[in-house]
Design a protein around this ligand. Sequence first.
Ligand code: TMP
Length: 211
Amino acid sequence: MKVSTTPRGSLIVFEGCDRSGKTTQCAKLVESLQAQGEEVKLMKFPDRTTTIGTLINNYLQMSQELDDRVVHLLFSANRWEAIESMKKTLKAGTTLIVDRYAFSGIAYSAAKGLDLEWCRSPDIGLIKPDKVIYLSVNEQIMSERANYGNERYEKIDFQKRVHNIFLQLQEPYWQNVSADGSIDVIHKEINTIVSETIRDSKVKPLLKLWT
Ligand code: TMP
């Protein structure tokens, strides 16, 4: 059997409520890792560019109604359709920075009232992240952003429920980062966490989520 000697890339996932600054921080992180000479690629779920992603996009933008369970499974399928290419990328030594993953899948669907363990099951076996960075926004800031957008979940009470479920999902490889400070201060904190994670996971095997 041929054993790969290429140090693998890390799977870094960002999670948080809507408007917690994930997208900004992901972009800044990719830029600074590239400047440090790391091979890095940015990904985002839902990936709205695929056929499944188009259905999800229509649902989020309220142009289509779908049963809660159906949309939950579509979000999961949207991750599974990316998994082989993610595995290849990581094994080739490229780090993936991923804006939302299976934890969003559970938190948003369970916040609608679906059973949490039912929500977890379709994502069991995805690649386990090396680090989940949870950007937490305090309630004051969340309230100031109340009912801020046009997409389906952008409502304050719903977001508070989502946040509470995210807290239940935390595991030892999660790191909470307060999203209340300045963009640059948050970025610095994240950069330190991620640089350490990339260094430490190079020779570790890729594991499966929740198995
Ligand atoms: P975005 O704003 O990061 O593009 O995410 C779109 C919305 O979809 C956001 O409100 C979170 C929600 N979502 C789910 O409900 N389930 C999922 O599995 C994912 C990845 C996102």
